[in-house]
Design a protein around this ligand. Structure first.
Ligand code: NAD
Length: 260
């Protein structure tokens, strides 16, 4: 897959999976905007890509829950590079708690980042993609787009919701050559997951080792974490696949944790 000269925006790209995707796209020849609410980390991530090949990475300070920041960030990219070919809506956080005590504010924060963020970034990119006559939108789902786990009500709700959003983008975007697909990873060892291990151990009253072995990897075929590189490869495939034959789909990359 070749992304030569394509302009890609990856949200939440200052860390973890988002940075892995930005790095993979950059290696495939793309110009990559690292959009993140952590502006300093976004600068560092862009500098790391610039050190590999200069002039094809841009840091964009953007909180995906802010309509104004999303619109301004996409405009910043388009005014520099003239277009936007690929959007990866990846920014995300995790808050774990049982439903009966889940704080409403935390519920709203989760839905805002995962769902409002995907909507706002999609809406800001679509007019440019329609004008150009094509583009790819990739939403970061999860095995939790297909399955539920205890303690993750808003996360599971939002990740399921992204499947619906991708299908609507696919239908509305098709006449304009815009495709939308969802990547659904199993557990990947990033800061988001590292933070959950002690939290889940406490909530479930088990050891951290058990959380990893039993809760996170117990249903995989080989007890292994999915890697950032695995997820980036799937995101590259969706970005580079250029016809409407592959749209409105999801692909689970989870060491067999979930099988369709
Ligand atoms: P991470 O914590 O390593 O990175 C998340 C990035 O998103 C950070 O740089 C953070 O600053 C940014 N971010 C958070 N809120 C933001 C906001 N409002 N606006 C802009 N940026 C924001 O996490 P990760 O594990 O790489 O997760 C990335 C995505 O992958 C998330 O959507 C997550 O749900 C999804 N995912 C992760 C796993 C996993 O096991 N790690 C599995 C399936 C899906």
């Amino acid at each position: 897959m070749n992304l030569d000269n394509k302009v890609c925006i990856v949200t939440g790209a200052a860390s973890g999976i988002g940075f892995g995707i930005a790095k993979r796209y950059h290696a495939a020849g793309a110009r990559v905007a690292i959009a993140d609410r952590n502006a300093e980390a976004a600068q560092q991530a862009a500098a790391a890509l610039d050190a590999i090949a200069p002039g094809r990475a841009l840091a964009v300070a953007m909180d995906v829950t802010s309509e104004a920041e999303v619109n301004a960030g996409v405009e910043q990219v388009v005014s520099l590079w003239g277009r936007v070919d690929v959007l990866v809506s990846n920014a995300g956080v995790q808050i774990v708690n049982p439903l009966d005590t889940f704080a409403y504010a935390d519920w709203k924060t989760m839905l805002a980042i995962h769902l409002d963020g995907a909507f706002l970034t999609t809406r800001a990119c679509l007019p440019h993609m329609y004008k150009q006559g094509g583009g790819a939108i990739i939403l970061m789902g999860s095995v939790h787009s297909k399955e539920a786990s205890k303690l993750k009500a808003p996360y599971v709700t939002a990740k399921h919701g992204l499947m619906g959003l991708a299908k609507v983008i696919a239908k509305e975007g098709a006449p304009h050559g815009v495709r939308a697909n969802v990547v659904c990873p199993g557990f990947v060892l990033t800061p988001l997951v590292e933070k959950q291990i002690p939290e889940q151990a406490k909530e479930l009253g088990i050891s951290e080792e058990e959380v990893v072995k039993r809760i996170m990897l117990g249903q995989t075929v080989d007890g292994e974490f999915t890697t950032i590189e695995d997820v980036a490869e799937v995101a590259l495939f969706f970005a580079g696949f250029e016809t409407n034959a592959l749209t409105g789909q999801s692909l689970v990359v989870s060491h067999g944790w979930f099988m369709e």
